[in-house]
Design a protein around this ligand. Sequence first.
Ligand code: CTP
Length: 403
Amino acid sequence: MLSCKRILLIIGGGIAAFKALDLIRRLRERGAEVTPVLTRAGAEFVTPLSVSALAGSRVFTDLFDLTDEAEMGHIQLSRSADLVVVAPATADLMAKMAQGQADDLASTLLLATDTPVLIAPAMNVRMWQHPATQRNIATLRSDGVSFVGPGEGDMACGEHGPGRMAESLEIVAAIEGALADGPLKGRRILVTSGPTHEPIDPVRYIANRSSGAQGTAIARALVALGAEVVFVTGPADVPPPERVDLRRVETAREMLAACEAALPVDAAICAAAVADWRMATAATSKMKKTAGGLPQLEFAENPDILASLSQRSEERPALVIGFAAETDDLEANASAKRLRKGCDWIVANDVSAATGIMGGTENAVLLITATGTEAWPRMPKAEVAQRLAQRIAEHLAREVAIP
Ligand code: CTP
């Protein structure tokens, strides 16, 4: 099951570190290659020698070990695995991860990686229950980090409750789950994301405030279910997702061309905030202030990518999904938009200021299809993406055979 899978195992500094030795043995029995990283505190509990003997590999410990940097830099080390596993994940390591700190090898690898991360927390029950740790857990979950455990029981410190690291075989099962092929394996899906920039002259452009966060979260969720994702993005604020076919564009017309070049796809999700207008003719040199008065800007309408994909007679994706951000009459406006554009589903959200959704981390959406409207409860944007990806997987499984 795990044969030839590459696991980067980060061993944090807790009494449960001794269980990591058994975990390494179980993983290797199943054919996995384990590259161990031992934190300074971890090395107080298990020795580098026993870790490397069991892993059959050298153990990495220090960010500033120049030999390591020459042979394999920390970036490459963080990305050469199929999965990064942190066991035990101490309260301190989780806090660093949630904060994005990078002050030793383990935390730097966790910040630099583009590989899925699974953590097995282990700490004293009070530390686990502390509001600070609970905040960190919520942050890590919404960053897409998976958890296994902790379990409840008697702890090495003599207390009882949640905080005990999951047993090796539970962690192995979670690793197998994280590496399993998902329900979108064999599906090719197009996602548009971010704003577009429409030039006025060589130095000025029309833009909008889209960060690209929702499109990026959707692409990540699709990849996690095994899809091959073509990610066409305008100049977004958030970094693009990992393991996608990335196509960067600037303007709406470039975005349309990139989308058309990506066809055929099983599904298209148009999450981009495409500028509706561009300059009829962008100036080729910088527009100067003149005594003649203010410049007159003449607009032209941009192509509507969602409508154009939805209304294709050839190579129309089997499922086309659009977004509608509304401030009034959410359901009526979004339903009308679905019909006007010709897409199959619309994900509608209320972006009036009072909802706090625009620029926030949570979203409350309506999923509008030909058969009706579903109201999803308010949840983190990453969860909206996961739920949507799951619905896409179910729909494609029902409606579209994999060739
Ligand atoms: N869209 C697109 N190409 C455009 C404009 C919009 O693909 N040129 C897509 C967006 O990606 C999104 C949906 O269409 O999926 C939003 O539609 P739009 O008509 O732009 O709606 P809003 O901007 O939400 O609202 P309005 O009704 O005010 O235009």
